[in-house]
Ligand binder design. Structure first.
Ligand code: SAM
Length: 228
């Protein structure tokens, strides 16, 4: 399906082979994720707790309920965020992910967009969720992306991110799915993540971690930060 990309500079802002590879791979992965991640949050109390803390802090900040679900994939987090009182709007690079998100969660807004150029106004959101979606950024893109996340958040708003924790070196992901897809992925160093958010004008308020899970055996990392 041909869905328009929503972005300030249009679809061509990030045309390169790595972006094409990542988008195409996630188009292939969309139904796989819909099958494999359905109900996953119900089985993951630590993930619910971190997201729940984000929801509570965001609501307590009194900046409204609008939050971006950045790299939303199949949209699986939207019902949880809404049940906790927030109004999520999802964006994802992959048109297939967005098609599946709209199909499976019809009550929510989802658009195709690149997180390097968010389709949200300056200081327009109370919160941002980047759940395993910042792990594909080349190091050279990271300073600008954290600046972009800061741009769209209201001062006092919250960012929460989950990531696979590691040494920040590039590796090839996707192979374990057996679907013939590959793309660059970085298991991010928690120290680097804290430095990135701090440099972009956030203050870290919560760190979390968990043991390796699943076939790829990566540890989990969580970071919650408040926009200054
Ligand atoms: C591992 S999935 C996680 C999806 C969802 N957050 C979840 O927890 O189910 C990573 C998602 O990030 C999206 N993504 C990766 N790079 C992106 C970018 N530059 N802009 C927008 N989405 C991106 C991918 O298309 C994919 O859907």
């Amino acid at each position: 399906m041909d869905l328009p990309l929503v972005g300030r500079a249009g679809y061509g802002a990030f045309v390169d082979a790595k972006t094409d590879e990542l988008r195409a791979a996630h188009d292939v992965l969309a139904e796989f994720y819909a099958d494999h991640l359905a109900g996953a949050l119900d089985r993951m109390p630590a993930e619910r707790a971190v997201l729940g803390l984000f929801c509570d802090l965001t609501l307590a900040a009194g900046l409204g309920t609008g939050v971006g679900d950045v790299g939303c994939g199949t949209g699986r987090l939207a019902p949880y965020l809404a049940a906790r009182g927030l109004c999520p709007r999802g964006i994802d690079l992959s048109p297939e992910m967005i098609r599946v998100a709209r199909r499976d969660h019809p009550g929510f807004d989802f658009d195709v967009a690149d997180l390097r150029e968010l389709p949200f106004g300056d200081a327009s959101l109370a919160g941002l969720v980047c759940w395993y979606s910042l792990m594909y950024l080349a190091p050279s893109d990271r300073p600008a992306v954290f600046g972009e996340l800061a741009r769209v958040l209201k001062p006092g708003g919250y960012l929460v991110t989950a990531f696979k924790a590691g040494d920040s070196r590039v590796r090839r992901g996707g192979r374990s799915t057996g679907l013939g897809v590959e793309f660059d992925v970085y298991w991010l160093s928690p120290a680097e993540m804290e430095r990135r958010v701090t440099d972009a004008g956030f203050a870290a308020v919560f760190w979390g971690g968990g043991p390796a899970e699943g076939q790829e055996g990566s540890r989990q990392g969580y970071l919650l930060a408040q926009r200054s």
